[in-house]
Design a protein around this ligand. Sequence first.
Ligand code: ATP
Length: 515
Amino acid sequence: MTKQDNQFKNVIAHAKEYGYVAQSSEIYDGLAAVYDYLQNGVALKNNIREYWWKSMVQMHDNIVGIDSAIFMHPTTWKASGHIDAFNDPLIDNKDSKKRYRADVLVEDYAEKLLKKAQKEIDKAKKRFGDSFDEEQYKTTNPRVLNYLSKRKDALQRMGKYLDANRLDAVKALIEELQIVCPVSGSKNWTEVKQFNLMFGTKIGASANNSMDLYLRPETAQGIFVNFLNVQKSGRMKIPFGIAQTGKAFRNEIVARQFIFRMREFEQMEMQFFVRPGEQMKWYETWKERRLAWHLSLGLGKENYRFHKHEKLAHYADAAADIEFNFPFGFKELEGIHSRTDFDLSSHKKHSGKKIQYFDPEINKSYIPYVVETSIGLDRMFLAVFSKALQEETLENGSTRTVLRLPEVLAPIKVAILPLVKKDSLPEIARKIQTDLKLDFTVVYDEKDAVGRRYRRQDAVGTPFCITVDHQTIEDETVTLRYRDSMEQKRLKIDQLKTIVSKEVKMSNWLKRIHL
Ligand code: ATP
């Protein structure tokens, strides 16, 4: 098992042990690619959602939010193109009987080439030291050039074949690149087939008048079909955005990466409606704004990168992913798509309704263009959680497991610990808890030695511990312990709220992006 596999296994085990995420219906041996969020998990998820919502809706006076239904009229999915084109190309390995997405096999191959190129660059960096010119090296070193051009060629060819629905050519490409099954190690592949990812269901009681429906595979269409409702009732002027968070469902073929790829998941999407011709400007703006949101959480700039799409979806004229360095490598965390006027035009055509906008500034009616930002809440959870989980060796040689969640997102902000269970220390601690819980999520813990309690809170990710001891009785001071530095400060009880607030209050984090 590689170091990466091990790290990922630890993330999954830690998420379960500390009340974050468990497999759905686990007592019945679980349901593949479906997960439940437990007491701490739901709090972390709610905090991420709130941080996104406030940044998008509260901090932009031209963006409003909605909550549309999961069930939608079936014509929606005809209009959006999902019935005809929401397919993944799948391929089976005949020896391991494992099923893969053909495009992902090629992408993984391309990623390996990128890693090889990076290895060469890192080696040269070490050799040449300060005088190293990375850009020049990348464009002149034959080995690096070879890796990068092979990578580009593979991705471009795959994009071209998929666009033309040439599945035989995709299979031939996999064979030509000598891609092997990660499980069996063989190249014994089946043909590539298209597989529709939507879940079907029925609405209505009797067989005669029931209607075939789909569980929505994205939240975006709920926004498009409400374009006129929101624009008119809110007297919105272009450019403006509509945001929404909610469940989406996809019958994913390959679903073995914990909450990275689920069959039921949550999206946080925003559709920004703009004047035709201005979409590229807004596309660049939203790429920048979304990256700034991510960076504000302090998980490390080096863990993000943009990936420009070679193969564009049927509705897009430009698209990029923000990729994150997950425990299994860089993968898509968020998509920023310039969706043209495809969706609104298509709904106009299929519904017969007059979906358009009169722009008073230029005295013209048109169908707006759309730039969308679309992030998976569960993937964001995994990004935050996996980077936060760290094992560190302390000065005395012992190890500590600490979940360094950004304070603003941590499910529990403060733990209150009486040093001993007697001498009125619990009563004082309870009083502090009663006061602080008006503002923060607080837990009270009096079990075990205080050192062990600290470690327990470190593993849960609680940024502050407050310890009440005998000195508290004399001078109303307590110890405030910081999770990350383990620093301890002696403070007056009445100073606690201000100090904790400064670190955990969402407004202080939003300021980093918006002021
Ligand atoms: P992928 O290529 O990884 O399948 P996608 O390009 O199909 O993703 P989009 O349709 O752009 O994804 O969806 C927007 C976002 O929704 C993604 O960036 C991702 O964060 C999230 N998402 C998509 N599918 C899943 C899933 N099965 N499980 C969890 N999150 C998902």
